[in-house]
Design a binder for this molecule. Structure first.
Ligand SMILES: [Zn+2]
Length: 260
């Protein structure tokens, strides 16, 4: 009895522990690690369940994180789209500016070309005019002295219709242009001639001492007469020079000035 008593006492203490262990084992596997202490398995079992409860906020957190990430991505996508739109607008604006600049440059180039064409035309006209003057541009009496006496009073109520080119007796008189000579001697003009030029104008030379050419074709610069004072020259050696344009007598002063 002495031996059995303490054994029965041990058995009595161990039984609840074993029972508890079995119960705890039914709830969670971790109990097996500490089967000798009665309190421990229960705590462990509780601890083993607790994370399932604690999982809920974690899921929410994850969901929130996901939502937040989605929001961030949305914002990033929106920002990206805005940036892309801005870039596109910038490109469009740049293209528009470039097109406008191009159009402006084209307009300027066109205006410049038109101005250049105008200048060219004017230069051409000026050259043609100079050419025409060159054709009719030989000085009739080189080194002659003359003034503008167009319209000055003359005897018999007449007015002066030409330019008087004063030069020594016998000085050479030249054709101012290519054309044909017509003899035109008269009492007033004395020994005179007409030059019907190829340029459509007619020139009249009067008071000559002699006509070297009495008719036919002459070239500009060709000797056609000599200075004198025949006709009503009043004793002054000179050529009374007239110019007719379109059949009308015009003041020859500027023309003579330009070619002598
Ligand atoms: Zn005269």
């Amino acid at each position: 009895m002495l031996h059995a008593k303490p054994r029965a006492g041990l058995r009595a203490r161990a039984l609840p522990v074993l029972l508890m262990s079995a119960v705890a084992a039914a709830f969670g596997g971790l109990v097996a690690l500490a089967p000798v202490e009665a309190d421990r398995p229960a705590v462990l079992a509780y601890a083993d369940v607790a994370p399932l409860v604690l999982d809920e906020p974690a899921v929410q957190e994850r969901a929130q994180a996901r939502a937040s990430r989605d929001r961030r991505m949305d914002e990033q996508a929106r920002a990206k789209a805005v940036a892309a739109a801005k870039a596109k607008a910038a490109v469009t604006a740049k293209a528009k500016a470039a097109a406008e600049a191009k159009a402006k440059a084209a307009a300027e180039a066109k205006a410049k070309a038109a101005a250049a064409a105008r200048t060219k035309t004017l230069a051409k006209r000026a050259a043609a005019s100079r050419g025409a003057l060159r054709i009719a541009g030989r000085c009739p009496v080189p080194n002659a002295s003359f003034t503008d006496t167009w319209g000055a009073a003359r005897g018999g109520g007449r007015s002066h219709k030409g330019t008087d080119l004063l030069a020594p007796y016998g000085s050479p008189v030249y054709a101012v242009a290519d054309g044909r000579i017509r003899n035109a001697s008269s009492s007033n003009g004395g020994i005179s001639l007409y030059l019907d030029a190829d340029n459509g104008e007619t020139y009249f030379y009067a008071h000559n001492s002699s006509n070297v050419v009495r008719g036919g074709r002459v070239e500009a610069g060709q000797l056609i007469a000599r200075v004198g004072s025949t006709g009503n020259a009043g004793g002054t050696n000179h050529v009374h020079f007239e110019r007719e344009v379109g059949g009308r007598s015009v003041n020859p002063y500027r023309f003579v000035r330009s070619i002598c």
